[in-house]
Design a protein around this ligand. Structure first.
Ligand SMILES: *Cc1c(COP(=O)(O)O)cnc(C)c1O
Length: 219
């Protein structure tokens, strides 16, 4: 089973980093079928992540008899915010600006509901990636916390640099960890980073929430 292999690899990296450190796993199921999701569920996996609102809706519906914990990890278009709120994911990983946070908050207030979320940091400075620039991140995080009443930031998320050079990837994780540490005294408790190609490196930089897709589901 792929899940067992991955859990073993996570465990090794976790213990090397700090035996007291706790790491959670979101299985990113964006390329997986509902049968594949159900198979992982039967092995004990509860948290799954989708990157498109319409996919989240469909898979939630098809699997609504299972007690799954859904995360939204993708970039969010304004016209999909209302739908996403109605789907009540346990965590939205990808708030990418103060403006988007305010827009999200306004709709949450109208619907009289709350949503836990992370702020995405563009730690690799890649123009193809969403997120707040690292030098603006702490300030933006604080502004969102101050100005939003129903959108509740609980930490940060990043996607490691798109590079074969581990040092370059490590740098983006290091930078994010520094910002996370700065914000942890203000209540940030979730550091979402690490994907199929770099999750061990992410753990070694303090990640406590991994988003792993292809190595879990590819056959
Ligand atoms: C697809 C995706 C993942 C998982 O990527 P893999 O390389 O398949 O593990 C993680 N985070 C985000 C934001 C994604 O879009």
């Amino acid at each position: 089973m792929r899940l067992d292999e991955i859990i073993l690899r996570i465990e090794k990296a976790r213990i090397l980093y700090n035996p007291h450190h706790i790491v959670h796993l979101v299985a990113v199921s964006k390329y997986a079928t509902t049968d594949q999701i159900e198979a992982l569920y039967k092995c004990g996996q509860r948290a799954f992540g989708e990157s498109k609102v319409q996919d989240l809706e469909r898979k939630q519906n098809e699997l609504d008899r299972l007690p799954l914990d859904w995360h939204f990890v993708g970039n969010l278009q304004t016209n999909k915010i209302n739908k996403l709120i109605d789907l009540k994911p346990s965590l939205v990983h990808s708030i990418e600006s103060l403006d988007q946070a305010l827009e999200f908050d306004k709709r949450l207030i109208t619907k009289d509901t709350k949503q836990k979320a992370l702020m995405q940091i563009n730690s690799s400075y890649e123009s193809t990636k969403a997120g707040v620039a690292p030098d603006q991140a702490a300030l933006t995080y604080r502004l969102i916390r101050e100005q939003c009443t129903n959108l509740e930031l609980v930490g940060v998320m990043t996607i490691g640099a798109n590079s074969a050079d581990q040092k370059v990837v490590a740098k983006s994780f290091e930078l994010t960890k520094k910002i996370y540490d700065e914000l942890s005294s203000e209540g940030a408790s979730v550091l979402s980073m690490g994907m199929s190609s770099d999750f061990e490196l992410a753990i070694s930089h303090g990640a406590n929430l991994l988003r792993i897709g292809s190595v879990l589901f590819d056959e």
